[in-house]
Design a protein around this ligand. Structure first.
Ligand code: 5GP
Ligand code: MG
Ligand code: MG
Length: 190
């Protein structure tokens, strides 16, 4: 347990152990889904930086050949205010045409980020495209996308940990939690 960062939390929403358990289940679910389709190999696209921890752990629970690439998007002007059209700032290099693609992101909030990436990846003509998110924020969707695989449904709170940051901090926290209110809005930000 990394107590320095955990002391900054008002509460833990998902524990390390719950994350581990759920990722094992997701691995089985994803493996079975593609096996039923007759697919032996998938191309995994991971949305950096937020989904790095999740993708690293999930991939090792998927019993299929898996190619890997990353895509970087800028959805937030600062850490709180979303931009309406997320911008792709670093696209994939992997050739995914004709491949079974699994897109992995950390959290689905309004759905705009995933919607945009799905649109871009479809342009490369994959054989299939499925999405997997660790967290799904309840009642927040503005655009149509529902994930094919989701770890946990969480309330509409700003969360950090396990890849998710606040001002680039807390990505290396093992659990997922809500920051103390006084830390969500440090005075030097205004
Ligand atoms: P959407 O485009 O679905 O509204 O937002 C998705 C992106 O916004 C996520 O990939 C993530 O980077 C960021 N995001 C949304 N909610 C949270 C949150 O509660 N905490 C953090 N750290 N990032 C979030
Ligand atoms: Mg993200
Ligand atoms: Mg962020």
């Amino acid at each position: 347990m990394l107590s320095t960062m955990e002391n900054d939390l008002a509460r833990i929403l998902v524990s390390e152990e719950d994350i581990r358990t759920r990722i094992r289940e997701l691995g089985v679910e994803i493996t079975d889904t593609y096996r039923r389709l007759g697919a032996e190999e998938i191309a995994v696209i991971c949305v950096t930086n937020g989904s790095i921890m999740f993708a690293a752990d999930l991939l090792r629970q998927i019993d299929l050949y898996a190619q890997l690439d990353c895509i970087r998007v800028c959805s937030y002007q600062d850490d709180i205010k979303p931009v309406s059209v997320p911008e792709i700032v670093d696209n994939i290099r992997l050739d995914i045409s004709g491949q079974h693609v699994l897109l992995i992101d950390d959290i689905l909030d309004t759905g705009r980020t995933l919607e945009r990436i799905v649109q871009v990846l479809k342009g490369f003509r994959p054989h299939s495209l499925r999405t997997c998110v660790l967290l799904d924020k309840e009642g927040r969707r503005e655009v149509g996308h529902e994930p094919n695989f989701a770890g946990f449904t969480i309330p509409n709170e700003f969360v950090v940990g396990y890849g998710l940051d606040f001002a680039e901090r807390y990505r290396n926290l093992g659990c997922i939690g809500i920051l103390k209110p006084e830390l969500q809005n440090p005075p030097e930000w205004h």
